[in-house]
Design a protein around this ligand. Structure first.
Ligand SMILES: *Cc1c(COP(=O)(O)O)cnc(C)c1O
Length: 424
């Protein structure tokens, strides 16, 4: 039987415990939603103050050169690249995940059209993929006269055939937390002559990712979740060097051919000529303030490098999610919570989801009032994210005790917890 004292002992032995000091966590809050919006890093406010008052306020337009604003997408992109198995020059921090997906999926379709037989015209994804990914794929399929096929995770292997053009998957499912084996799936897609596009929204900063090790083709990911870049932070995109080299050789573009992806934007020429390498995936002017915040967020994850990096973070993340599952099942038994997340830790992301037939939304609201912040994903999922950078084992214990109390006292039935807000 685990006790709160056992959890305190785990915290005392935790080699990553001091990373919590890198965050401005509000007192009395147990934050289990870093998979949706990461916590504010302690360094961000002062950094933004400096960017705003000095770089912008005093140095004004000279900061594009002097402060290096123009190179931030490549610089921050390469820092993110260290977390996902990228080589320098393959990652760019720009735009939103949705927009980046539009760009890389377009590039993938363009390459397939050049290389493959005309019969290869299917994009496959998961029915439970995050909706924006599916909406973007739907639009591009219509534009390029491809078809989009949505399948269950267990049906993917059967869809990898001579009609498959692009396999577009989110590595860690946002609802269930189930993880796809990137290397195995990519190998199968390549063997069938198809390309892969991976969404790392719930992977980057959460699990160890090795894009080059897997020989993946294209990837995108989110800046405001596990990378702690702040609300609406720039996202990132990644393209394998072999595709970048080929795009250079054949003068291929992505379709959002804005001036920041031009070979010489300040020549102000009237015809588009793509920049070399990853920069051809840029579109408009970089968001200097937001990139400074993202840089601070990425630095919090890189701070784990001397302590074992993503492998150490992954170990702690699994210890936290294993403990949470075990405690919920022991202490909240008989209350109708059903584990949605894989019990097998090798295919579990950094979150735990439980389904409940009734009251899921209200239970989450009652927890939030108590300072335990998780979220609800319709129709019936209570979702809890575990960020090993700032969560303690006692936080897991205390969160479960609150959940138990909300269930035992049926507090969630109170009317105020049953009024839906716009963002759940
Ligand atoms: C969070 C998330 C997004 C977010 O996309 P935005 O363009 O930032 O709104 C996209 N895809 C997945 C899989 C996500 O989890």
């Amino acid at each position: 039987m685990t006790t709160r004292q056992d959890c305190e002992a785990l915290d005392a032995q935790d080699p990553l415990a001091r990373l919590r000091g890198l965050f401005a966590l509000p007192a009395g809050t147990i934050y289990l939603d870093g998979n949706s919006l990461g916590v504010l890093p302690a360094a961000t406010a002062a950094r933004l103050q400096d960017v705003v008052t000095r770089e912008w306020g005093e140095d004004l337009i000279t900061s594009w050169n002097k402060a290096g604003w123009m190179q931030r997408p490549q610089l921050v992109g390469d820092k993110i690249g260290r977390l996902i198995g990228a080589r320098p020059g393959e990652t760019l921090a720009v735009d939103s995940t949705s927009i980046n997906l539009y760009k890389v999926l377009s590039a993938a379709l363009e390459i397939v059209k050049r290389d493959a037989a005309p019969g290869r015209r299917v994009i496959v994804s998961e029915r439970q993929n995050f909706p924006t990914d599916l909406y973007i794929a739907e639009s591009l399929a219509a534009q390029h006269d491809f078809s989009l096929k949505l399948v269950e995770p267990d049906e993917i292997a059967a869809k990898i055939d001579e009609r498959l053009a692009v396999l577009m998957l989110t590595q860690v499912n946002y609802r269930s937390g189930r993880v796809h084996d990137m290397a195995t799936v990519t190998r199968a897609a390549h063997a069938a002559g198809a390309l892969t596009v991976w969404d790392l929204a719930h992977s980057a900063g959460a699990i160890a990712v090795d894009l080059n090790g897997a020989e993946a083709d294209f990837a995108v990911g989110c800046g405001y979740k596990y990378l702690n870049g702040g609300p609406g932070a720039p996202a990132f995109l990644w393209v394998h060097r072999r595709h970048l080299d080929r795009m250079d050789r054949e003068q291929l573009w992505q379709p959002l051919s804005g001036w920041m992806g031009h070979a010489a934007p300040f020549e102000f020429g009237s015809a588009y000529r793509p920049a070399a390498g990853i920069t051809r995936f840029a579109c408009g002017t970089p968001s200097a303030i937001a990139l400074a915040a993202l840089d601070c967020g990425v630095e919090t994850v890189l701070a784990a490098e001397p302590l074992g990096g993503m492998a150490a973070l992954r170990r702690k993340s699994l210890a936290l999610t294993n403990l949470f599952i075990r405690l919920v099942e022991a202490r909240c038994a008989g209350h109708g919570l059903e584990l949605v997340t894989p019990r097998d830790e090798s295919i579990r992301g950094s979150q735990v989801s439980f389904a409940r037939a009734e009251g899921g939304y209200a239970i989450v609201q009652a927890l939030i009032e108590r300072g335990v912040i998780g979220d609800f994903r319709a129709p019936d999922v209570l979702r809890f994210g575990f960020t090993p950078l700032y969560l303690r084992f006692v936080d897991v214990w205390d969160a479960v005790e609150h959940l138990r109390d909300v269930l035992e006292t049926a507090q969630w039935r109170e009317e105020r917890f049953n009024v839906k807000a716009a963002v759940t």
